[in-house]
Design a protein around this ligand. Sequence first.
Ligand code: SF4
Length: 697
Amino acid sequence: MSSSFKTTCCYCGVGCGVIVHKERNGSLRVEGDKDHPVNKGLLCSKGMNLHYTVMNTTDRLLYPEMRYSKTMQRQRVSWNVALQRTAAVFKTFIQKYGPDSVAFYASGQCLTEEYYVVNKLIKGFIGSNNIDTNSRLCMSSAVTAYKMSLGDDSVPVCYDDIELADCLFVAGANPAWCHPIIWRRVEAARASNPDLKIIVSDPRNTQTCAYANVHLQLKPGTDVVLHHAIGRLLLEEGAIDIHFIKNHTEGFERYKQKVMQRTVAEAAAICDVPEEKLREAAGYIARSKGFITMWTMGLNQSVIGVNKNLSLINLNLITGHIGKPGSGPFSLTGQPNAMGGREVGGMATMLSAHRNLASEADRTFMQQFWGGTTINSNPGLTATEMFDALNDGRLKAIWIMGSNPLVSLPDVHKVEAGLKRAKFVVVQEVSNKPETLQYADVVLPAAAWAEKEGTMTNAERRITYLYKMVDAPGEALPDAEIICRFAKAMGYHGFDYNSFAEIYDEHCRATKGTNIDISGLSYEILKDARSIQYPYKENGKETPRLFTNKQFYTPSKKAIIHAVDDENESEPTTADLPLILTTGRIRDQWHTMTKTGKVSKLKKHIAQSFLEIHPDDAAERGIAENDLVEISNNRGQVRVKAKLTPDIKSGVVFLPMHWGKILNSDLNRANNLTNNLLDSKSKQPDFKYAAVAVKLY
Ligand code: SF4
């Protein structure tokens, strides 16, 4: 019998509704859900080909594997043997070196229930905060900035605000390629309101810029200077909301002094943007009635990522464009469930339900709630710090869940050295492709999207229930079940769940009384409603936008305007390394291509890695279109073909981040070149700025 399921696309944080049709022969077909509030039936190229990711199982891990020593080949073993042995090794390390000798590195692809149990396991029972996820690479600067300015990690806006705004400032993002369905909504909004003004800041002239009224093609690393210059112009034009500033914010006077320190002309010179374009952008914001700032990795993936975020959020705060329809600061999440991971506190610096790891009361609450061990007050190792700790021997064992750090982490040779030095590596994974598998002592096959149930939260705080539609191949199990079986093998109580609904309900109970309260929101309500935006009120009401009462989550209930420094702290270019490398995504690929790489239709758009370089920089080096070039610095090399385009700023080059090893060559891997610098507050790496040399190969 054929059947249909209403579920959510598992690729990105947009969270589009899809209907999956399961035919009598077991094959799947996907269509956009016309009734879904996010995408209204539309899907991007990745979403349209979603079903291939589960129907093609040729690349799947099917059985647990294990080896007893580094010199042995892994052998297929039973789940019981794999988990008992892993538990024995973890117990030995914990006894001998303490709880901080082990770590879990998870993924924004995990469902909320999966995040919840692994976070509970390590923080509540093992007694370490060594859990981080690849979401650290994606939005931790936005999380920190939201907390600092609004009092909690809180996205105030919703997608419906796009149609209500008359000015959008897209900063360091290319949603036309990376959040395509959001961009379709922007295009539709422009079609019905030609007065909608769009400002884009980006060193590259991307597809998003095609819709911009003004493109601020700034020099990488100068975003804070640019945001401050716009702030200054708004002040000078009297286009600020004095009543809102006075009654609902703190810190304005310091901010005013800060932005007045540079003239607009000086700022324009630093950013290498024409002054009149800054004035044009400020004019659009000044005249708007609804103003949304939108950003992603161009701001977040920076050594000053938090400052970039804060200086952008300030533009909403000084104009009072927050907490009302069509206005607010909107961090566009990259991964499908980075938000869900944040809700359960599944990172090294957080506690469940947005509770504060630094607060003794919050730690005590969670310890009593879980009934486990004392929760450590020290933040755990973050994503890149885990691999530093493997290198220097502090960390003995790492458990990698659904992530591919040998492609996705910066300065990846250092990551590889860490995995070589690790005493014990567990890889829990869907695909047999990740490079990490070569270092695994234990491999645990995981179920994929459509093969398990659970929940995810998209970028606008919308929680959706995902159905299990097909059985996982071989002996693959849902991630949450693997973690619970392991916890029981460790001898911990509190992991005897009879269903995923029980895990979800426990998480919901932990949110009671917090800013993300979903304590009354069951699987049944979610299935009926299709999706709900939190906080969820007991009267059955969701919350499309936050702060409509102008009461923020800070102790004073006022939003904080931070007067941040505008200096960039990235590694400087030199005579030998004169170009700035920036990295990013292409339209039809996702992350390290373990899913999209197996869909042949998606390779048609761009089949190979490439270096985008300005014709002037190319001419200086004797490089022509399609020439093989070498990009290098003291961390490594990449060799790809050159793509000459005036769309990239002179002095800047771009590599896509998706490619790893091909036929044992790692010369397509952009992260051979990226650096180890982290934002001091968010610990997010500086992916968008590495000093490199480029030459004809
Ligand atoms: Fe899936 Fe994101 Fe595309 Fe929507 S925009 S279909 S969620 S990949």
